[in-house]
Design a binder for this molecule. Sequence first.
Ligand SMILES: Nc1ncnc2c1ncn2[C@@H]1O[C@H](COP(=O)(O)OP(=O)(O)O)[C@@H](O)[C@H]1O
Ligand SMILES: [Mg+2]
Length: 228
Amino acid sequence: MAQIELTNVSKTYHDHVAVHALANINLAIEKGEFAAAVGPSGSGKTTLLNLIGALDTPDSGAIRIGELEITSTPAAKLADFRLRHLGFVFQSFNLFPVLSVLENLEFVPALRGLPKPDRVHRAEQLLEAVGMIDLRDKRPDELSGGQQQRVAVLRAILPEPDLVLADEPTANLDSENAALLLDMMERLNHERAVTFLFSTHDPAVMSRARRLIRLKDGRIVEDQVPKR
Ligand SMILES: Nc1ncnc2c1ncn2[C@@H]1O[C@H](COP(=O)(O)OP(=O)(O)O)[C@@H](O)[C@H]1O
Ligand SMILES: [Mg+2]
């Protein structure tokens, strides 16, 4: 059974006209994948990631993550599910500005009730493992954008989610920091079997994915494992 499965998922926004943001999407993502949703602006990437992340609901179709059919789950249970099973990385870093790097990393484990010494220990171990322990007590505004986004990825993976969703995580990074971010994501995918689904329209970032799900006008027009 695939870890994530979308069956005939459609989403239409009603602005002045109806916009078919996603139309009849069928997609399965297995544990351990390193997959990218790609396509031009407006092709439906954000809508796809928001639906899988249960941040938005489809008009029709079914979305299952692990054992849970999220389309038929009440909102309160979904909030808890997101906290336990999903990690999110956004374009704009989104670290908590008044918290240190360590406190940012501790945040979700704290919400889940992990005792302070345990969550500090886990956060420090992770920072050590990726060579970022020197940033432990810094606040986000003392970090470069690249460092902030690497911390955001660490924050997303620390609670050991089933899936990390990253919507254009490199959009606000220069190419060197984009490459460093992808290095870190690849390593976490490889060493800790973290499943990643990210989106991008940057060819350099696309080339790092092991699977490209190409969207156009809300449809999957290609789904392939790129040649190396
Ligand atoms: N909240 C919204 N209201 C109306 N239309 C929207 C909304 N969000 C997205 N859309 C439209 O849905 C389509 C897909 O958008 P989106 O998923 O953001 O694509 P991408 O992330 O690939 O740029 C676009 O035509 C966009 O204008
Ligand atoms: Mg988008």
